[in-house]
Design a protein around this ligand. Structure first.
Ligand SMILES: Nc1ncnc2c1ncn2[C@@H]1O[C@H](COP(=O)(O)OP(=O)(O)OP(=O)(O)O)[C@@H](O)[C@H]1O
Ligand SMILES: [Mg+2]
Length: 269
């Protein structure tokens, strides 16, 4: 039975879909069987970073309305045999009854190690649909006050819904803005008070990878690719080890690692 993890945020545009595509790719690369479900009914776009748009024939809504069998909505990635993807409808007809959706997710979960659900923004029906179907949640935030406030609200809701404590991914960290426009890592940890599974920097290579439909997690030459693989390792091991860049590794290789591997001012973001 799969671990079912909902990727959510509250605020829109912070990187949920990017994280779902790349975390799923990285987990699948490590040998786990993974199914990614786009639960952003009406505004689906998980097919784009995965580069699987032209392979989608049926949506989960088609299965829910009895128009096809479950196996027909599953798109298998040709690059990674252990990665599958399920799209949802992009029209005004929603099938986001949490109970019905949850039952389908349970059915899907029987055949995988991980099911990742890409949640829509906001805390309306779509959010509940995705969160109630999951037994774990990863909250994505950027280091901006507005995003953190929404993440805080969502974390409060998730804590009442899902027994496992939600985990945090800080996306678009270390961007072009002046430092005074973003919140420092230690302050994010203090404000949200949940475990940090990973940090992804603002990176033009991620935008390029989305454009090409090739998840950056497939490419270990880019630091963001390595960071997504590191997050997958943390998720698999249920741990929150910080990422150490190759540059930092060389720099600190003569020192003892354990004390330096904790989140804090000296940690590598
Ligand atoms: N670390 C990053 N660096 C640069 N660009 C990024 C990064 N993460 C995501 N993006 C870009 O930001 C935009 C929004 O990302 P994404 O679609 O993943 O967000 P989302 O939270 O799923 O949005 P929505 O709430 O609309 O579903 C996309 O164009 C994506 O390519
Ligand atoms: Mg999205």
């Amino acid at each position: 039975m799969a671990r079912v993890i909902c990727i959510t945020s509250g605020k829109g545009g912070v990187g949920k879909t990017t994280v779902t595509a790349n975390l799923g790719t990285a987990l699948a690369l490590s040998g786990s069987s993974v199914c990614l479900i786009d639960a952003d009914f009406g505004l689906r776009n998980l097919d784009i970073p995965l580069g699987l748009g032209n392979r989608v024939r049926y949506h989960i809504s088609d299965f829910l309305t009895g128009q096809c069998a479950l196996h027909q909505v599953i798109v298998k990635d040709k690059r990674i045999s252990t990665l599958s993807f399920i799209s949802c409808s992009n029209d005004a007809v929603h099938h986001d009854d949490p109970q019905v959706f949850g039952e389908v997710v349970q059915q899907i979960a029987q055949n995988y190690d991980y099911v990742l659900i890409d949640s829509p923004a906001g805390i309306e029906n779509g959010f509940w649909n995705a969160a109630l179907a999951a037994d774990e949640a990863i909250v994505v935030t950027t280091p901006h006050r507005t995003s953190l406030q929404d993440a805080d609200r969502v974390i409060g809701l998730l804590e009442d819904m899902i027994p496992a404590p939600p985990q945090l991914i800080v996306n678009m960290a270390d961007g072009q803005e002046a430092r005074s426009a973003t919140v420092k890592m230690q302050d994010i940890i203090d404000i949200l008070n949940i475990g940090v599974t990973g940090v992804i920097h603002a990176d033009v290579e991620i935008i390029r990878s989305v454009h090409k439909g090739i998840p950056i997690a497939l490419n270990p030459e880019f630091e963001s690719g390595l960071r997504f693989r590191h997050i997958a390792h943390n998720v698999a091991k249920n741990q929150q080890e910080p990422f150490i860049s190759l540059k930092s590794k060389r720099h600190i290789s003569v020192f003892s690692l354990p004390q330096r591997l904790r989140w804090g001012k000296s940690s590598s973001l």
